[in-house]
Ligand binder design. Structure first.
Ligand code: AQP
Length: 333
């Protein structure tokens, strides 16, 4: 039976890319009746420095974001990573399966470590092995993510294959990345060649899920575009990254394909298309922001949702970790 797992880092500024690339699709998977496990990966967040109070707040805010985006904590399992120690226990074993060269090839490591990689945390290098453990400790079969996570998911498959091979077992599933929909890579509103990102210093580059209607509309109005009207076929967007981005966002928000959006808006100027997009974005996103602030008022409720989610997650993870210990020769007495 299919089982979905995915995670998001609680590092603040949850944005439209996270919503369209991840949260919205998580809700879709859940609503199709697939068993779904969603995690706030706080242990991944500290691979780069996080102020403790900010991390705790961002974790609760992310939990509110999940629920506001339609994840039902009764139907899905919703928790923060550090409350399920099986993730890090399995990650240690995977640290011993993965090869140093595999980790050093990860483009996200190279980007985040920057020029002075000697000064990056060891955790930043090991991060994809913990991510593999997040997924495989549940024997998850499908992982919905944005395009940027593709390489890490290939590494997850490599770790499962090598573990199964080294120990002569058929134990860990070979996970399928699910990278689909019109908005697997939402781009920055300031630069159509860069992905929309939490850490971009310009707040105008992204729509935050906490933005109100006015901020959403203003950011779309000011988004960088070219002077041409929308083309009459999708091929006409090829060398127009900013235009393509707005069409993709429209499509994903309206549950249409980019081709359908072009068919409806062919020949339109951005002066007309942007207000249509802003109306759509406000209609879809403003209720999420309102619901997030409502949920954030009851910290106790959020914490108990995370606690209960963690207990349910452990029911699945514990036997899988124990079997892994048996396979690797660790005595449990
Ligand atoms: N721009 C994006 N378009 C589509 N999907 C995206 N995701 C992130 N950015 C986009 C998807 O959101 C999920 C959670 O991502 P994460 O929290 O692990 O974060 P990230 O990739 O670190 O997010 P950012 O915004 O890119 O943070 P920084 O600025 O720190 O690098 C994942 O499924 C991801 O694919």
């Amino acid at each position: 039976t299919p089982r979905v797992f995915s995670g998001i880092q609680p590092t603040g500024n949850l944005h439209l890319g996270n919503y369209l690339g991840a949260l919205k699709r998580f809700a879709d998977a859940q609503n199709k009746g697939i068993q779904s496990i969603y995690c706030m990966v706080d242990l991944h967040a500290i691979t780069v420095w996080q102020d403790p109070a900010d991390l705790a707040r961002a974790t609760r805010e992310l939990c509110a974001g999940f629920i506001a985006a339609g994840i039902d904590p009764e139907k899905s399992i919703l928790f923060n990573q550090s409350q399920v120690p099986e993730h890090t226990q399995l990650a240690w074993i995977f640290n011993c399966v993965a090869r140093l060269g595999w980790m050093q090839r990860m483009t996200q490591f190279k980007d985040k470590a920057g020029k002075n990689a000697q000064n990056a945390s060891l955790g930043l290098l090991a991060y994809p092995a913990l991510m593999a453990a997040d997924i495989l400790v549940y024997h998850a079969t499908h992982v919905p993510v944005g395009e940027d996570q593709k390489q890490h998911l290939e590494l997850t498959r490599d770790i499962a294959i090598k573990f199964n091979h080294d120990y002569g077992v058929d134990f860990f599933p070979i996970t399928e990345p699910v990278i689909e929909g019109a908005a697997t890579r939402v781009m920055s509103f300031r630069d159509g060649t860069k992905k929309m990102s939490k850490s971009d210093p310009s707040d105008m580059s992204r729509i935050n899920l906490t933005d109100d209607a006015d901020a959403i509309a203003k950011k779309i109005r000011k988004a960088k575009t070219d002077p041409e009207p929308l083309p009459d076929s999708i091929e006409g967007l090829e060398d127009r990254p900013e235009a393509r981005n707005l069409v993709n966002i429209y499509a994903a928000l309206a549950d249409l394909t980019p081709e359908q959006v072009i068919a409806e808006h062919a020949g339109q100027q951005f002066g007309a298309f942007k207000p249509a997009l802003a109306d759509l974005a406000v209609a879809k996103l403003a209720p999420i922001s309102t619901e997030m602030s409502r949920l954030m008022q009851d910290q106790g409720e959020i914490d108990s949702i995370l606690r209960r989610g963690a207990d349910r997650a452990r029911e699945i993870a514990t036997p899988i970790l124990q079997k892994t210990y048996d396979i690797t020769g660790m005595i449990r007495s």
